[in-house]
Write a protein that binds this ligand. Structure first.
Ligand SMILES: [Zn+2]
Length: 95
């Protein structure tokens, strides 16, 4: 009876441990996704800190062009279109 009991416990502990690990991994991945979606938007800096820029971006997927005229820094992140970051095609102050 004793060896059987030991085997039974091991047989039970392994799948339970495995499913707990699985639940933990799913929980962590889900949490990361949620945090990614609810990323806080940075507060706009005071107007005096905004740089005047003249940058033209183009969407490589649909061809939309966008002119950026104001930005918190001189090398801003490009705007997004079609779920992709738009490509900087012209920097009017530095070409
Ligand atoms: Zn687009």
């Amino acid at each position: 009876m004793l060896p059987d009991a030991t085997v039974g416990t091991v047989d039970l502990v392994f799948p339970v441990g495995l499913s707990l690990l699985f639940i933990y991994v799913v929980y962590r991945v889900g949490l990361k996704l949620m945090l990614g979606f609810s990323r806080p938007v940075p507060l706009p800096p005071p107007p005096g800190e905004l740089r005047k820029v003249r940058l033209t971006y183009m969407c490589t997927l649909c061809g939309t062009e966008v002119r950026m005229t104001r930005s918190p820094n001189s090398t801003p992140e490009g705007p997004k279109c079609c779920m992709e970051e738009m490509e900087l095609i012209r920097d009017h102050d530095n070409d």
